[in-house]
Design a protein around this ligand. Structure first.
Ligand SMILES: C[S@@+](CC[C@H](N)C(=O)[O-])C[C@H]1O[C@@H](n2cnc3c(N)ncnc32)[C@H](O)[C@@H]1O
Length: 270
């Protein structure tokens, strides 16, 4: 194939993939919501399609749909497939190295992030992203959609507050161990540290465990601090970072751009 022809095809494939990208997230969510992930992971060995159908929390009565969903999940590398097209043995599905991150109670579960990203309220705001270009400077799509920013909205909607805080905590559980292992020296010599916008304290709880000599304080908005699980090693201050910040040797301001991070990891491994 000529280079120009190859380039043309690659471009077409890229455009095609991006136009269908939301299907991946939707099928991923379906696997979590229906219990497919928990059943396959808990089975211990590859599970046949018919066994899977009857083992789901709400048993599946339309096995053809389940097969289509499973084939898509295999294509996404979330599960393995054995005995495809065999006349003797039924097809069966097992976990891949990605599956455990889809488990609800796994320490490094990605599910809280998925729940936030796929929440109807967040999806609705993504739909009007382009119109922000005609909006007020600094106004997010979320604010344009709901008439107030994410923080003000979360302060009045306990369910959304909880979903958001859990998603941030899940990001911290994935990233902070690497921060401590790879860059632990930045915390040596500190006696006090404030995490600004530190959410429900997941980051500082890990840091306090590894560096017990550091007095750790989280500063976040009152509606976030109110829901934080109490922890003797971490002090919580409810406030506004634009008004005042507790005194400390160092402050940290962490915003984990999960999608950029995952792409960076993927690129560094390819
Ligand atoms: C994107 S989250 C970041 C959470 C966490 N640091 C991380 O990287 O995963 C931003 C946090 O800042 C908090 N926040 C927003 N405005 C704030 C303000 N004016 N003062 C204090 N905290 C604020 C939010 O409540 C939220 O917990």
């Amino acid at each position: 194939m000529e280079n120009a022809e190859r380039e043309e095809l690659v471009g077409q494939a890229i455009a095609w993939n991006h136009s269908m990208g939301s299907i991946d997230s939707m099928v991923f969510k379906c696997a979590v919501d229906t219990g497919i992930v928990e059943v396959i992971h808990g089975h211990g060995s590859p599970i046949t399609l018919s066994q899977l159908a009857v083992s789901l929390p709400t048993p599946c009565t339309n096995i053809d749909v389940l097969r289509r969903i499973m084939r898509y999940l295999v294509h996404m590398q979330l599960f393995t497939l054995k005995n495809e097209g065999s006349d003797e043995e039924e097809e069966s599905y097992g976990p891949t190295s990605a599956t455990k991150y889809l488990l609800i109670n796994e320490e490094k579960s990605i599910v809280p992030l998925l729940k936030l990203q796929m929440h109807e309220k967040c999806l609705a705001a993504w739909h009007i992203m382009g119109s922000c270009m005609q909006g007020k400077a600094g106004m997010s799509a979320f604010e344009r959609m709901y008439g107030e920013g994410l923080w003000a909205y979360a302060s009045k909607d306990p369910e959304h507050n909880c979903i958001f805080n859990e998603a941030m905590a899940s990001g911290a559980r994935q990233v902070v161990p690497a921060l401590i292992d790879g860059y632990g020296e930045v915390f040596q010599g500190l006696t006090s540290l404030v995490d600004i916008g530190g959410g429900i304290g997941t980051t500082l709880r890990s840091i306090a465990k590894s560096f017990p000599h550091i007095k750790c304080t989280v500063l976040d908005l009152p509606h976030v601090v109110e829901t934080a699980p109490s922890c003797p090693e971490v002090e919580f201050v409810a406030g506004n970072m634009f008004s005042s910040i507790p005194k400390a040797d160092a402050v940290m301001l962490m915003v984990t751009y999960h999608s950029l991070l995952s792409r960076a990891i993927k690129n560094s491994l390819s």
